[in-house]
Design a binder for this molecule. Structure first.
Ligand SMILES: NC(=O)C1=CN([C@@H]2O[C@H](COP(=O)(O)OP(=O)(O)OC[C@H]3O[C@@H](n4cnc5c(N)ncnc54)[C@H](O)[C@@H]3O)[C@@H](O)[C@H]2O)C=CC1
Ligand SMILES: O=C(CO)COP(=O)(O)O
Length: 314
């Protein structure tokens, strides 16, 4: 039996990539290496949004969360083709609605498939051609399978998943834990502390995610535990860098302008705390990250507060 995988699929697709930041360009590089056509749109670029949207078989949004609502309303006004599949790679929560990016896209385009792409995908490593895996999740299996075929290659392994909310929340909520993890390493708290943080962090992510309607098992996959491990252990992560540099005494105002790209965890923490309060979900680690980002406590205070919580069963 011949087990050789066939990459890429026979019919070349045109991808319109919205947001030509670090992640949008990295994803564009992957699909063009597979023989597909890529058109980028960015707010400071030469191409008009209309040109990119109307010509796309697949419209992939890699804009940071704060740009999603304004960009999608422009896309809606233009009106993509009836068969265009929307893919979202943003990892964040909308401050106005507390929705994820896919929820915003799906609300605006209720008649067409929306696919979430998320996984342990530090862009610098992918740009270097190092092997990585990701997940494409949708309620529409045909759309997810097409996107899987378009992105799959010998060094980018793509899995499908039927729980888009779980996949997206895994990638979104781990950014809060990545800030905490950067603090943990910046304070040199050791491997035991890091293991405790990640394990309890995953429990917290699952508590929030299942409350919001995601499937528990999704969080044990690539986009949950996988992305948590990658982001919380790598100085390539911008969110980890935020925590690490806070632990070294820098302020957010000093850190953020020098990061290469967006650290979504800063905004996500704020939105998450607001939503967790309304829904009365216990989020002890996220709460300490929030206090720290607000400048209300020091990194050492945050650790102490977590260690001194009421003792309880695991
Ligand atoms: N870089 C990475 O390794 C990965 C990033 N992501 C996610 O992808 C998203 C983008 O990340 P990066 O490309 O790294 O960030 P980036 O900061 O490099 O790029 C963000 C893009 O969004 C656009 N944008 C922001 N606000 C906008 C607005 N109001 N209107 C129009 N466009 C706007 C910017 O112009 C830029 O093109 C984030 O949600 C991030 O969490 C996901 C996986 C990996
Ligand atoms: O989501 C990412 C890796 O999967 C990228 O993490 P950062 O946004 O923290 O760099």
């Amino acid at each position: 039996m011949d087990n050789t995988p066939t990459f890429p699929p026979t019919k070349p697709q045109t991808l319109g990539i919205l947001g030509a930041g670090v992640w949008g360009r990295t994803l564009g590089q992957l699909v063009s290496q597979n023989g597909h056509r890529v058109e980028y749109w960015s707010r400071r670029g030469d191409r008009s949004l209309e040109e990119v949207v109307t010509g796309a078989d697949i419209l992939l949004s890699a804009v940071s969360m704060k740009g999603v609502a304004p960009v999608l309303s422009q896309v809606k006004a233009i009106g993509p083709g009836a068969d265009t599949i929307i893919v979202t790679a943003t990892k964040g929560l909308d401050p106005q609605t507390t929705c994820t990016a896919a929820q915003l896209w799906q609300r605006a385009f209720s008649d067409r498939p929306v696919v979430v792409l998320a996984g342990p995908n530090l862009s610098k490593e992918i740009q270097q051609g190092l092997p990585a895996a990701t997940v494409v999740a949708s309620h529409d299996e045909i759309a997810a399978t097409l996107v899987q075929e378009v992105f799959s290659s010998s060094n980018f392994r793509v899995y499908t998943n039927p729980d888009p909310l779980g996949v997206e929340l895994g990638g979104t909520l781990k950014n809060v834990m990545a800030i905490a993890s950067g603090v943990c390493d910046g304070l040199q708290l050791g491997t035991n502390a890091k293991a405790a943080l990640l394990t309890r962090g995953l429990t917290e992510i699952i508590r929030i995610g299942t409350h919001w309607g995601a499937q528990m098992e999704t969080f044990y996959g690539l986009s949950g535990l996988g992305d948590l491990l990658a982001t919380c252990n790598s100085p390539l992560s911008r969110n980890y860098q935020v925590g690490y540099q806070l632990a070294q005494g820098k302020t957010l105002a000093e850190i953020l302008p020098n990061l290469e790209g967006t650290a979504e965890g800063v905004n996500t923490t704020q939105v998450l705390i607001q939503r967790a309060k309304t829904l009365e979900i216990s989020v002890p680690i996220s709460y300490q990250v929030h206090q720290l980002l607000e400048g209300q406590i020091t990194p050492k205070d945050a650790v102490e507060a977590l260690m001194l919580r009421d003792i309880k069963p695991e």
